[in-house]
Design a protein around this ligand. Structure first.
Ligand SMILES: [Zn+2]
Length: 464
């Protein structure tokens, strides 16, 4: 298969590829098109042998130890001279300590990468904390990094260095070759033909299942123009209906949540009620927590899969996708289960749409979070003071429009793009040159100017 043209994965289902964090993998606004290096994540479930499983647990435990050890050193230093240690300084201190301290004699059992990357993470966490404290970081205020406790934190560690991914196996330092639970064909093919390079591998556990997530630099063919220039769709994301869209030709698109999602959600609700009745600290409670985590993981993966399919098809068909920007950080403390799941999916959908539209030569546009897409009439522009979530139909008192609530919101969002109102933010973001001359893209959501109101032109009676 060597020699395959780069970009064949581009429009595929990308079930195994996802954007790691807010900003990677998109290159919106890049004129001309052509191959561009983007950073992308590929995640695979692992099938380790019992011995490998023990080694995974050991690495995660030691990585946690290194984090806590580094945090203690930083606090000591801060008490002395008001500064933290950097990641590199911690690594040096560690190298001295591990030889001097008999209690750390186990250090050689695991890859040194795991410790080093923990120090790097701690370094980053401390810096982000300082930035947040000084008001230089957007989003929710960050707390001071905490000590990690077994069972209370995510089991994870990261490798850089010699990492391989072949079809159906991955090879990691110290751990050796581990079988993957799912096919790694897409990534392996890219590695074979030289259109991808692995930067790092993060191994983590979600409800008893170990996963590896590769951060990969991938060569992607970016079209200079979208295949259907001028096409626009406004989308509204929901819980029962995954997504409702209204496009520029008057078509309605409704993507129902997949059936397994509905049943998994019901199971989740039941399990979380059962869990809350268990005695804290009991074996029963531990068992029900494990069960709950398993169902949560299932819901997340079913939902992610459906979102991947929907976002891929939207990005291919529409040059401009308009969605709502929600204050995701402020919503995570929501107590309602369906809302919590929805919030999680929303951030995910937004990231997927941002990079997939860019891969297809389009853009994702976000309406600013104060724009009342649900409360505004898509016919006459009247804005309701209140619209309870339970009200599934929009009824306008001014022009008499009666429309499904989600469809009304989707139409408003579509019209927002057309009207050129300033309540929108292009999610393609600013381009800054990354390492080695590559182009990395930083997404900057939620920065729209909230000064102007998002009234839309009078279009009562347009295609439903
Ligand atoms: Zn109206």
């Amino acid at each position: 298969m060597a020699g395959r043209a780069a970009g064949t994965v581009g429009g595929g289902r990308d079930n195994d590829a996802s954007c790691r964090c807010g900003g990677h993998g998109a290159a919106g606004g890049l004129a001309g098109g052509g191959p561009v290096m983007v950073v992308q994540a590929y995640r695979f479930a692992l099938d380790p042998s019992p011995a490998q499983q023990r080694a995974l647990v050991s690495h995660a435990g030691r990585a946690r130890f290194a984090w806590n050890w580094g945090l203690a050193r930083c606090q000591e230093r801060y008490a002395a001279d008001g500064k933290w240690h950097s990641g590199a300084e911690l690594h040096k201190l560690w190298n001295a300590a591990k030889k001097a301290d008999q209690g750390l004699a186990w250090w050689g059992e695991n890859s040194k990468c795991a410790y080093q990357e923990s120090f790097r993470d701690l370094d980053r966490a401390l810096r982000e904390f300082t930035r947040s404290k000084n008001g230089q970081r957007r989003g929710k205020r960050l707390g001071f990094p905490r000590y990690k406790k077994r069972g209370r934190c995510r089991d994870s560690f990261r490798f850089t260095g010699r990492i391989r991914c072949d079809r159906a196996t991955v090879t990691l330092p110290r751990l050796g070759t581990i079988r993957t639970h799912e096919s790694t064909r897409k990534l392996a093919r890219r590695l074979e033909d030289g259109s991808a390079r692995i930067l790092s591998a993060t191994v983590s556990r979600t409800a008893q299942r170990w996963h590896v997530s590769f951060t990969v630099e991938v060569e992607r063919d970016m079209p200079g123009r979208h295949a259907r220039p001028g096409s626009v769709i406004g989308i509204d994301l929901g819980v029962k209906t995954l997504l409702t869209g209204a496009d520029d030709e008057g078509h309605l698109i409704s993507v129902a949540g997949p059936k397994p999602l509905g049943s998994a959600l019901r199971k989740l609700r039941r399990a979380s009620r059962a869990h809350s009745r268990k005695q804290p600290g009991s074996a029963n409670r531990r068992r029900s927590a494990a069960r709950l985590a398993r169902i949560h993981a299932r819901v997340a993966s079913v939902r992610a899969d459906a979102l991947h399919k929907a976002s891929t098809s939207l990005a291919r068909r529409y040059e401009t996708v308009v969605a709502e920007d929600l204050n995701v950080a402020g919503m995570t403390r929501n107590r309602r289960l369906a809302r919590a799941v929805y919030d999680q999916g929303f951030g995910q959908a937004r990231r997927m749409l941002a990079y997939k539209t860019a891969w297809n030569g389009g853009t994702l546009i976000l309406a600013d979070r104060w724009y009342a897409s649900s409360k505004t009439c898509s016919g006459c522009g009247a804005v309701k003071a209140k619209l309870p979530l339970a009200e599934r139909t929009y009824q306008c008192e001014r022009c008499g429009l009666i429309l499904d609530r989600d469809v009304n919101a989707a139409r408003n969002l579509r019209q927002l793009a057309a009207s050129g109102a300033e309540r929108i933010t292009a999610c393609g973001g600013t381009i800054r040159p990354g390492r080695a001359g590559h182009v990395l893209v930083k997404q900057e959501p939620g920065t729209a100017d909230a000064g102007k109101t998002g009234t839309v032109p009078n279009q009562c009676g347009t295609a439903a």
